[in-house]
Design a protein around this ligand. Structure first.
Ligand SMILES: C[S@@+](CC[C@H](N)C(=O)[O-])C[C@H]1O[C@@H](n2cnc3c(N)ncnc32)[C@H](O)[C@@H]1O
Length: 450
């Protein structure tokens, strides 16, 4: 079977039963051979319907007599696919969106409800002719943004508190975009110019990123990453620009001993080894063996020799006490800064999961701070934009461990001026910097501490 809408329906059905959107999508795609444009349409329908779930449910609530949650689950999924195309896929003619959705209903045991499906979608189109938006929005700013941009209220509240209405709206819109792909050039194997020129010759467009000396952003549809020039030769690796900032903030030197305590799949470990000229030792520790296998593959492809792997809970590594010049804790987090990359992340996290994560983060930080020698540095980073996992973890740590202090980036470290906060922490807001959301802070252990 090769109908991309039916395949999207099959994948979405799995997502609604609890599967991760990317896993469900891959599982279906592996079983079929689709032309590129059908594969793109299917991907768009799956990720789009998951991302826009709250908006699509609200449309069903407002137009049908029965609420979305009361519809049979498969019918709700079919309506999501139909409304998603009508509302967000302007290049698909409305008649095609309606007819194919009616077909989906027919093919999936809802032959008796094709009139209902047709009527609902056509009612949306009729409303769209007479009002700028058929979706009715409440006045309350939290629900208004939550319904319009399809986020749970609690995420909107966290952002409104930090940013106010206008900026939060920009951030919401940014998070609903298709993500871009950035590369980090391996300066030990190639150069920015060499990679740019190889890409130009292959007709692949890239742009540079201000202040980031190793970064290139892919422009447009480039096809499979592994087929791009220089991949096999280890000239570059995929890493978002904001994640590249973390390596510079850690600022490792050739010959250093560095411990990356949550290292897999190795985006930052390999950057650290590159910045050290592959001289010294980078310990890559992680509790997830399968992710560490990816790290090993990456390090081999990039031809880096200074990385050594260590599997297990990083809170239980007494052999590392007082041994490191620098330690990186790129902590497990709720990922609120990278929700554009994970369509279902906004529905998976909750205020409770954020609280649990913050306890794990503080516990990791307290343990691994022992790895740093006197006078050494530690960088704490997350890809979330929740103060409970960022500023609050740091202030609780500093209150418990007076030997530590924040070491703000120096004036010479140019890229940071744009992101630096008065506290010395760095926060990348995606809608302002056009890169993943990130939090990072450098901490120094003073010489007189034990
Ligand atoms: C944000 S990811 C790290 C990404 C990685 N630094 C990179 O740049 O590619 C967080 C990692 O923490 C690991 N992790 C979670 N709890 C851990 C623990 N107690 N000890 C070691 N690793 C842990 C997870 O397996 C996951 O790979």
């Amino acid at each position: 079977m090769t109908n991309p809408r039916q395949l999207a329906f099959i994948a979405l059905r799995e997502v609604h039963k609890g599967a991760y959107a990317d896993v469900a999508l891959d599982r279906v795609l592996q079983k079929v051979k689709l032309p590129d444009h059908d594969r793109r349409l299917m991907t768009e329908l799956v990720y789009g319907s998951v991302r826009r779930q709250r908006t699509l449910d609200t449309l069903i609530d407002q137009i049908a007599t029965k609420k979305a949650q009361q519809q049979p689950p498969d019918l709700r999924t079919i309506l999501h696919i139909g409304f998603y195309q009508l509302r967000y896929q302007q290049r698909i003619p409305a008649s095609a969106a309606v007819n194919t959705t009616v077909e989906l209903a027919k093919e999936n045991a809802f032959s008796g409800l094709t009139g209902f499906v047709n009527g609902l979608l056509r009612q949306y189109l009729r409303l769209a002719e007479t009002s700028p938006d058929p979706l009715k929005l409440p006045e309350n700013p939290v629900e208004r943004l939550g319904i319009l941009y399809s986020f749970p209220d609690w995420i909107i509240e966290v952002w409104l508190e930090q940013l106010g209405f206008e900026e939060t709206e920009k951030l919401c819109a940014w998070m609903n975009q298709t993500p871009t792909i950035d590369l980090r050039v391996n300066i030990l194997r190639s150069s920015l110019e060499e990679v740019e020129s190889a890409f130009n010759s292959a007709g692949v467009l890239v742009s540079r990123i201000p202040h980031l000396p190793q970064a290139l952003r892919l422009i447009g549809n480039t096809g499979g990453i592994q087929n791009l020039p220089g991949f096999r030769e280890g000239w570059w690796t995929v890493q978002d620009s904001s994640a590249q900032l973390v390596g510079y903030l850690l600022d490792p030197k050739p010959g250093d001993v560095v411990i990356d305590v949550c290292a897999a799949p190795g985006g930052k470990t390999t950057h650290i080894a590159e910045l050290m000229g592959d001289r010294g030792k980078v310990w890559a520790c992680d509790k997830t063996a399968s992710r560490l296998r990816k790290l090993k593959e990456n390090a081999q492809r990039l031809n880096l020799q200074s990385i050594e792997i260590c599997t297990g809970d990083s809170r239980n590594l007494p052999q590392f006490y007082q041994t490191a010049d620098r330690v990186l804790l790129d902590a497990p987090c709720s990922g609120l800064g990278t929700m554009h990359r994970h369509a279902d992340a906004r529905w998976r996290q909750t205020p409770e999961s954020v609280k649990e994560l913050s306890q794990l983060q503080l516990s990791l930080l307290s343990h691994i701070s022992n790895f740093v020698k006197s006078g050494g540095f530690l960088v704490y980073a997350t890809c979330t934009l929740h103060p409970t996992e960022n500023e609050e973890v740091i202030s609780r740590f500093l209150a418990d461990y007076p030997a530590w202090q924040i070491e703000p980036p120096t004036k010479l470290e140019l890229p940071y001026s744009a992101y630096s906060e008065r506290s010395g922490c760095l926060k990348v807001w995606p809608h302002q910097q056009d890169m993943d959301g990130f939090f990072m802070v450098r901490l120094r252990k003073t010489n007189n501490s034990e």
